[in-house]
Design a protein around this ligand. Structure first.
Ligand code: MSP
Length: 514
């Protein structure tokens, strides 16, 4: 079995500072990366910034600075955000780096050599905000302004000499690939959207621009720069040192296991990208997953709509782990999700402070009072203990499988239910009434500690800092977390001392919102 796992986030436009939608893509990718890591995989996790194109050039002009200087500054805020979000990314790529330029120009040369590129003229609609071409049918007029149906962004007419990629030539091959690889585009609903788009007929794609200069030059024709999406998509290869296909990174990690993206950029990843790769005879990524949007009210949160919830502000106020937990739990993965401070506060209070935090504190306090602060010995599991412990064993393979199908909701529901059952178990078993049955008392405490350990392991991909704080009870460190060990019911060593820990989550005093 392939034990290498390559996951990517979209590379972000550094046109403005990061918002919650960007944080969401990155946090979810980090969740998968961390899970795979504790499940024994070698993980390569890539994120970065997408710095070329007219959108960035105009944003820089507006500020009166050179595009590179503009990008340096904002790209740094994205790099900092990766740290603030506690991402385990292995690399952070910028499309203005030399390694990337080499890779893009090389891919261009291969496409040209394979007769997939020709020079002609483009006349049609272009949205600078989406950096996308639109057909007449995809454009409508609202209040005298032409906008793209899908994104509602303004389009402008473009009329210029351009190189084209023979996208139409790959229509059948793409449809065949989707059919042979039913999971390539996920979730299913998005797959259908893409298939009908391709079936409606693919036109050749304009892949160069002449009327501005901020980008990677077309090899052998300095007047043209390469279309920003062809440039940007190639980041997934350049980070692995393409065109050096003998490089270990490339050999180990290509094809990518998962391109995690937002649904708005599915066409680029599920149509154009595989077509470029087919044309260049490079293996196709295993999966493209298009997640939903973070909404504010009923609308997509975005800079242009001015309805941004700033992730940094939220983190300063509530802490990182609560935000990670909230986004992973409350936004049903694959669908759009509305977020609010109110719901975030409920989540902190009920799930994190009450359900998880309290369980840890209760069991620790009881262990100190009744078992000398040590992991009990002299234990014998009965059927109640085994029932709650065996749930982890029974679900090990199921959880792996769900993760491979990006069923984040299953994973988090499993944890929430386990926490609920663990609290119930401790209440129902009433260890405080077993003071004259030492073996039973010990067994209940051992079982409860074992469950805290298992749940903390499972929480690691979601709330890494808090999970590690909880694992301080047992002096377990990050490198010791192994997902497969949730099936071991005797992981904890009897007679070892446990540690008291600080309160994991402070409850939020809720303001009366009425
Ligand atoms: N630069 C391109 C991606 C190139 S990948 C080769 C781009 N950048 S972006 O900054 O506009 O968006 C990056 C990601 O953030 C996209 O996946 C997009 O879907 C996601 N989000 C932006 N706003 C969002 C929400 N409000 N909610 C969730 N994700 C959204 O597109």
């Amino acid at each position: 079995m392939d034990k290498n796992f390559y996951i990517t986030t979209p590379i972000y436009y550094p046109s403005a500072k990061p918002h919650m939608g960007h944080a969401y893509s990155s946090i979810i990718a980090d969740f998968f990366a961390r899970f795979k890591k504790i499940d024994g995989f070698n993980v390569y996790f890539l994120t970065g910034t997408d710095e070329h194109g007219l959108k960035i050039q105009r944003a820089a002009e507006k500020k009166g600075v050179k595009p590179l200087q503009f990008c340096d500054e904002i790209s740094e805020t994205f790099r900092n955000l990766s740290k603030t979000l506690n991402l385990t990314n292995t690399d952070f790529i910028r499309t203005t780096e030399k390694r990337h330029k080499i890779s893009v120009q090389n891919l261009w040369n291969v496409l040209e050599k394979n007769d997939d590129i020709y020079l002609s003229k483009y006349s049609g609609w272009y949205s600078v905000s989406d950096e996308a071409f639109y057909s007449d049918e995809e454009v409508e007029e609202v209040d005298g302004i032409k906008i793209a149906n899908a994104s509602k962004s303004t389009v402008e007419w473009m009329d210029e000499e351009s190189y084209f990629f023979r996208l139409s030539k790959w229509e059948e091959k793409l449809l065949h690939y989707y059919e042979q690889n039913p999971d390539f585009i996920s979730p299913k609903s998005r797959r259908n959207e893409v298939i009908s788009f391709v079936k409606s007929g693919l036109k050749d794609l304009s892949i160069s621009r002449k009327s501005f200069s901020w980008g990677i030059k077309v090899p052998n024709n300095n007047e043209h720069i390469i279309y920003v999406w062809l440039d940007a998509l190639t980041n997934y290869l350049s980070a692995l040192n393409y065109p050096n296909t003998n490089d270990d990174l490339f050999k180990n990690f290509w094809p990518a296991s998962l391109h995690l993206i937002g649904k708005d950029i599915l066409r680029f990843h599920a149509v154009y990208w595989p077509a470029f790769l087919l044309a260049a005879k490079i293996p196709l990524p295993k999966k493209v997953y298009g997640h939903g949007w973070i909404l504010s009210g009923e609308e997509k949160m975005s800079k242009s709509k001015g309805n941004i919830l700033d992730p940094i502000e939220i983190i300063d106020q509530y802490g990182l782990d609560p935000l990670r937990y909230y986004l992973i739990k409350e936004v049903s993965f694959g669908n759009d999700g509305n977020i609010s401070r109110d719901r975030l506060e409920d989540c902190i209070n009920s799930d994190l402070a009450n359900n998880f935090g309290n369980l840890c504190q209760r069991v620790i306090a009881f262990t100190f009072k009744n078992c000398d602060g040590k992991i009990p010995n002299n234990i014998k599991f009965n059927k109640d203990d085994l029932k709650i412990l065996d749930k982890f064993t029974k679900n090990l393979e199921i959880i792996r499988n769900k993760i491979d199908n990006q069923d984040v909701n299953f994973y988090i529901d499993f944890i929430v239910n386990s926490l609920f059952e663990a609290n119930k178990y401790f209440n129902d078993q009433e260890p405080w009434k077993k003071k004259d049955d030492n073996k039973r008392l010990n067994t209940i405490v051992y079982t409860s500690l074992e469950i805290i350990r298992k749940i903390s392991f499972m929480l690691y991909p979601i709330i890494p800092v808090s999970s590690l704080n909880a694992l301080k009870i047992f002096d377990i460190n990050e490198n010791q977390i192994e997902f497969s060990s949730i099936t071991n019911h005797l992981y904890l060593k009897s007679n070892e001392k446990i540690n008291k820990i600080d309160i994991l989550f402070q409850k939020i005093e809720k303001k009366n919102n009425d």
